[in-house]
Design a protein around this ligand. Structure first.
Ligand SMILES: *[C@@H]1O[C@H](CO)[C@@H](O)[C@H](O)[C@H]1NC(C)=O
Length: 378
């Protein structure tokens, strides 16, 4: 009898393992969370979408548009004084150099290469206090005539819940791994949701639909450069060791929203408790850490200069700059589309990737500099 029970037990453990392994088809998905193991979310669980991923496909099964509640929770303190559409947001903060633990042994998405934790040194540098805004990007385009890659390709990625029925109906391509990401004809930084959309009331919001190549050109024009991944993470951590967020481990410090992510059931409904359905002004929310940075996590994903690689040694690294070559560039910080159940990547150690020519409605950047540009010296 006891023998029989044991056999039965072993058998059920096997069944369980078999079942679990079937469920978690994608190695990139969070193991502990069934929601994240949907095969549709395979490439970084649908967080990142690159130009090469597009297939000619029927996109008719995409989720229906969500209607976000108008109620705004008192847990978000709206910023005042962000009315002027052309306010410059190119201010930089000094990040004092030091040694920190990059990545962590406590990985949440192992396949993303969040770990292992390794010591890295970063020299003193300057980091944009804010993400680059639409008005800052417009100034660049006004002065240089720059044409973004989204404009050259003639399309960019937008998540379907933000699209009008007209725009959605015109789309014939989709990405099998993440069907809610649609390549929208004519979408670029000025027309973020395609035909009929504009940024008139979003000049102080983070610019989006800018590829890595676009971001690099902008930073050059500004006398700056993109941050390395190590610089970004060091700046994000704000001098704290091994915390989830720039301010600590609590998602809602003081029971308030300090970042722009998704509240509600993803991808059905964004309840906007943090004040925003899509992008937020680059000046929104309190400073996220003692370096004085705003929106270093949440709002929009931010490009770094490093090529993507998921295997790291634990060797000490002195001002690491990432692999010498690769296919994808590292982006950090997560975006307004991130939700714990789906894309829990609004953490300092989290990372994701895209090809350098890719652009999307939740992908922007900020610049860094080794020395403060002269025009910013007071
Ligand atoms: C860019 O140029 C347009 C047209 O001249 C002007 O209306 C706009 O204010 C300029 N934008 C910035 C940020 O200077």
């Amino acid at each position: 009898m006891v023998e029989k029970m044991r056999l039965l037990n072993i058998y059920s453990v096997f069944l369980l393992i078999f079942f679990l392994s079937r469920r978690c088809i994608s190695s990139q998905c969070e193991k502990s969370n069934e929601e994240n193991c949907d095969a549709r979310k395979e490439k970084s669980c649908g967080c990142s979408i690159s130009r090469g991923d597009v297939k000619n496909d029927d996109a008719s099964d995409s989720p229906v548009a969500g209607s976000a509640a108008d109620d705004r929770s008192k847990k978000y303190r709206p910023e005042t004084n962000v009315k002027n559409p052309y306010v410059r947001t190119n201010e930089m903060v000094k990040i004092p150099g030091g040694t920190f633990t990059m990545g962590s042994d406590k990985q949440i998405f192992e396949a993303d290469g969040e770990g292992p934790g390794r010591k890295a040194k970063v020299n003193t540098f300057y980091m944009d206090k804010y993400e680059v805004s639409n008005s800052e990007f417009e100034l660049f385009v006004n002065q240089t005539g720059y044409i973004t890659e989204a404009e050259k390709f003639g399309n960019s990625f937008v998540m379907d819940v933000y699209l009008s029925e007209d725009v959605k109906n015109a789309i014939t391509q989709a990405v099998a791994a993440a069907p809610w990401w649609l390549p929208v004809d004519g979408a670029y930084w000025r027309i973020p949701e395609g035909k009929g959309s504009n940024i008139k009331n979003r000049m102080d919001h983070a610019v989006v639909h800018t590829s890595w190549n676009d971001a690099t050109e902008f930073c050059k024009w500004a006398g700056k450069r993109l941050p390395t991944e190590a610089e970004f993470e060091y700046a994000c951590r704000g001098g704290l060791e091994q915390r989830l967020f720039p301010w600590g481990n609590k998602e809602m410090p003081k029971n308030e929203h300090w970042m722009n992510i998704w509240q509600g059931e993803f991808p059905k409904e964004n309840t906007k408790e943090d004040g925003y359905d899509s992008t937020a002004p680059v000046t929104a929310y309190p400073e996220q850490n003692k370096f004085g940075l705003k929106n270093i996590i949440g709002n929009v994903w931010e490009w770094t200069n490093d090529w993507w690689e998921t295997k790291h040694t634990t060797d000490f690294k002195d001002n690491p700059t990432g692999p010498a070559s690769g296919e994808d560039k590292v982006k950090k910080g997560g975006s307004f589309l991130c939700h714990k159940s789906y894309c829990y990547r609004y953490r300092c150690q989290a990372r994701s990737q895209n090809t350098p020519d890719s652009s999307a409605s939740n992908l922007g950047f900020r610049c860094a500099a080794s020395t403060l540009p002269d025009y910013l010296k007071s």
